[in-house]
Design a protein around this ligand. Sequence first.
Ligand code: F3S
Length: 77
Amino acid sequence: AKFTYVDKDTCIACGACGATAPDIYDYDDEGLAEVIFGGDGNHGNTEIPEELYDDLQDASDGCPTDSIKIADAPFNF
Ligand code: F3S
């Protein structure tokens, strides 16, 4: 299983992740990215389905500040 959230403390609102993986990431009022998949609310507790794993990896690889966090278990914060 895969889970993801965006570290908004380091996100610089570059906009790459939402373009790469629009089903997973969107932006808040300040342009900072957040996880919207499944109504996650950027908590990192919503399992990302396998068909989105490529998007997930591409978004992570493309983030210039390594703000996209991915783990095999829920982040629970
Ligand atoms: Fe922010 Fe990285 Fe996305 S800087 S907008 S989390 S690609």
